[in-house]
Design a protein around this ligand. Structure first.
Ligand code: NAD
Length: 362
């Protein structure tokens, strides 16, 4: 049977526009799915930049008007990689037009907006680009938890540390303004921390938090620290900051359980530290596992064992698994409902920081 053709419109041609373009071009090389992807329309604001990017990445057409695109009957997928303030309007219009909708994180500007998006997208296949769930080491951690290799979790500690705020040459951008971004480190970095925590350690019962803005005159947070009580009884802490001098993209977690410990740092993407606490104590020590096969997540999709992968593969794998789920009529995660769960936690963190009180989520 012939593959179904999916005509794709990508809105936003910046950093994520390139990451998604690459995923569309590569996915069929690594994932066997009964679809052909056509990179049909690329949408942005600057025509010269659109022309250059369309030529580089093989987009058939360009446009500077997203509204005209989401209503086109020939378009199957609308993919949103714009500043956060535009996500809801585009996603709701695309879902109402019956499109498959992909949206970058943070999915929304607020939990209320996220709820409206999730409601609008209920009847169309959808995905939030929390791509880190498809880092093999993170997917493998999930498998270790499922196999009870961590045991009862005592502590879940996560930090997402960047240093962009400390660079005096960096000009303010949409990412540092409330009107276009909604928040600072919270939406940018903490949204990933929360999604990964919900994926690996389950729902959150309560949070206490503080937020801080270091840059004078800025109306979004530069850093946030959170104490977390998980429903499974474990204690957690989250930290997200743009002021971690010396850290380029240190998205880390450590999980300590009754049977083991797992630790990850995105700056060392192919590795997972694992300690098996069921071994004799005199033999115990963290293993530095190269999570590239055999029998590791996505190792059969990409290269032979020991042949490492990179950031771009996490987008290819997210898209590949979405398409596989679509073909099989199976649910895909993270979807807009998962995005709403993330925003519910982010809203509680903001409320906790503002009120200086613990906020219960249950
Ligand atoms: N998944 C991840 O790890 C990750 C990483 C970085 C950014 N993001 C998210 O991706 C989104 C985009 O971030 P980015 O870093 O690519 O930003 P960017 O500034 O590099 O690109 C934004 C793009 O949106 C376009 N745009 C702005 N207004 C538009 C409009 N009205 N119509 C059409 N296009 C418009 C701009 O022309 C630009 O091409 C954000 O939501 C961000 O939080 C996710």
């Amino acid at each position: 049977m012939a593959n179904r053709l999916l005509k794709t419109a990508l809105i936003g041609q910046g950093f994520m526009g390139r990451a998604h373009s690459n995923a569309y071009r590569q996915v069929r090389h690594f994932f066997e799915v009964p679809f052909d992807i056509e990179t049909t329309v690329l949408c942005g604001r600057n025509q010269a930049a659109l022309d250059a990017m369309a030529a580089t990445w093989g987009w058939h057409e360009t446009s500077t008007e997203w509204r005209a695109i989401v209503e086109r009957p020939d378009i199957d997928i609308v993919d949103i990689a714009t500043p956060n303030a535009l996500h809801a309007e585009i996603a709701i219009a695309a879902a109402e037009a019956g499109k498959i909708v992909f949206c970058e994180k943070p999915m929304a500007m607020s939990a209320g907006e996220a709820a409206r998006m999730a409601a609008a997208a209920k009847h169309v296949p959808n995905m939030v680009w929390h791509n880190y769930r498809r880092v093999p080491a993170i997917a493998y951690t999930r498998r270790l938890i499922d196999e009870d290799r961590i045991g009862r979790v005592f502590h879940y500690r996560a930090t997402y540390l960047q240093e962009s705020g400390t660079d005096p040459t960096r000009r303010p951008s949409w990412k540092t303004q409330k009107a276009s971004a909604g928040s600072g480190a919270m939406g940018d970095l903490m949204s990933h921390v929360v999604d990964t925590a919900l994926y690996l350690n389950g729902p959150i019962a309560a949070v206490a938090a503080m937020q801080h803005t270091f840059a004078e005159g800025r109306d979004v947070d530069d850093a946030a620290l959170v104490l977390v009580r998980f429903v499974n009884g474990s204690l957690g802490s989250f930290e997200a900051t743009r002021y971690a001098t010396g850290c380029r993209n240190a998205n880390r977690f450590e999980i300590h359980g009754s049977k083991g410990m797992a630790a990850f740092n995105l700056e060392n993407l192919n590795h997972l530290q694992f300690l098996d606490a069921t071994e004799p104590r005199n033999l115990q020590g963290p293993r530095n596992i190269l999570v590239t096969g055999p029998d590791h997540p996505f190792s059969s999709n990409f290269w032979k064992p020991g042949h490492v992968i990179g950031y771009e593969h996490t987008f290819i794998a997210a898209l590949g698994e979405f398409l596989r789920a679509l073909a099989e009529g199976q649910p895909f995660h993270p979807n807009f409902e998962d995005g709403l769960r993330v925003h519910t936690v982010l809203a509680a963190i903001e409320q906790a920081a503002e009120s200086k009180q613990w906020i219960e989520l249950l």
